[in-house]
Design a protein around this ligand. Structure first.
Ligand SMILES: C[S@@+](CC[C@H](N)C(=O)[O-])C[C@H]1O[C@@H](n2cnc3c(N)ncnc32)[C@H](O)[C@@H]1O
Length: 364
């Protein structure tokens, strides 16, 4: 039976973070209820009989939905899709909105993985980036979540003001001691339409400079690897067996359906997405991107080299691109930047921080 993943986007947050450029906003209860109506209708309309192997409810902040709201969405999925008994089911949460009753409800709905937006465990940092939680709350809520869930992930941001490698490792140590199994580490990105962009312009915020950021990231990466985690993708680390199956499906170019505002789908080699403003979304407006063969090859190389899956040389050869004939490729193999093994090629993890340059030199 054909397999598929499901992504559900919840665009609401209690407060917009200073660095956030995602499609998310503070909604009223009425707007949230209305959104759930439209979302459930979309889920019903797009039902199919493929076997659902992973579900990911992301945002925004899905944990701001109350028990009844999340139940309505999940039950609509179960009523309309054939969800595998052992499907990975992740929900994204902010420490601030996690409650014991919510955790119980998630468990009852067969959620088996929780991804918590910790970002930092330094109180000064958290305040400056506009988070609603402090270190104490983050720790309390992780402990509470771990009472109900084994598979808990945490997001960290690298590049925040005054947070260098030493602080990051200290924070990571605390997370591992709390039983976190998976850590996503993102480099701070500054977008023009964000509050942090203005703060930087006005001299109120000073992110780390590029060199210190890379150095700090590498320190953190080494710390996590020394602690027994594997770097299975540029930004993602986990203990063996705790990879996010949902993300692995994206990187393998597996099929997925995205429900909700601005959500992306990939089916039959076609990418399409819901529009990101509510009026268009409600009217079921979608955009489709037809990939050319060249774009498909580019995707395979970009996604494969960024994670442990690597790139199958025969596969792209059969699509008309002989990567081994690329001049940069030959050079990278000689220098040990790329590693060939059993007709697959992998990016040496030591060079992950310059992956963009390497990958762009290898595209057809
Ligand atoms: C889609 S966001 C939502 C997660 C959740 N609502 C939260 O705020 O914790 C997923 C993750 O992306 C990361 N992220 C969002 N904006 C970022 C930025 N400008 N730079 C770096 N990382 C960012 C954060 O680590 C965040 O947890």
């Amino acid at each position: 039976m054909q397999e598929i993943s499901i992504y559900v986007h919840i665009p609401f947050c209690e407060r917009k973070c200073n660095y956030c450029a995602f499609a998310s906003f503070c909604g009223t209860q009425e707007q949230i209820e209305n959104y759930i109506d439209v979302l459930c209708r979309e889920i019903e309309k797009r039902k199919c009989d493929k076997l659902v192997k992973t579900i990911y409810i992301g945002g925004g902040t899905p944990s701001i939905l109350n028990e009844e709201q999340i139940e309505r969405i999940v039950k609509t999925i179960y009523q309309n899709f054939n969800v595998d008994k052992s499907a990975e089911f992740t929900i994204e949460a902010n420490p601030n909105s996690i409650t014991e009753n919510l955790l119980k409800k998630w468990k009852e709905l067969r959620v088996n993985r929780v991804s918590i937006g910790v970002q930092s465990l330094c109180d000064k940092s958290l305040k400056k980036i506009g988070r609603l939680h402090d270190k104490k709350t983050a720790i309390e809520k992780i402990k509470l979540t771990r009472k109900y869930f084994d598979n808990v992930s945490a997001d960290l941001i690298v590049g925040l003001e005054n947070e260098t490698g030493k602080d990051l490792c200290k924070n990571a140590k605390a997370l591992l001691e709390l039983g976190i199994k998976h850590i996503s580490c993102y480099l701070l990105e500054i977008y023009e339409n964000t509050k942090i962009y203005q703060m930087i312009k006005m001299g109120q915020y000073r992110p780390l400079d590029d060199d210190t950021t890379i150095e700090s990231f590498n320190k953190l990466a080494n710390y996590l690897i020394d602690s027994g985690m594997e770097r299975y993708e540029i930004s993602n680390f986990c203990y063996p067996g705790y990879e996010s199956k949902h993300n692995l499906n994206y990187w393998k170019r597996g099929e997925y359906l995205g429900f909700g505002l601005g959500a992306h789908s990939f089916e039959n080699e076609e990418r399409y997405y819901n529009l990101a403003n509510f009026a268009d979304y409600e009217q079921e407006k979608r955009k489709t991107e037809h990939l050319t063969d060249k774009e498909k090859i580019e995707e395979i190389i970009m996604l494969g080299l960024r994670c442990k899956i690597g790139v199958n040389l025969d596969k792209i050869l059969s699509m008309g691109y002989d990567l081994q004939e690329n001049e940069y490729y030959k050079d990278y193999i000689k220098q040990g930047i790329l590693i060939e093994k059993d007709k697959n090629v992998y990016l040496n993890q030591t060079f992950y921080h310059i992956s963009n340059t390497i990958i762009s030199n290898l595209l057809p």
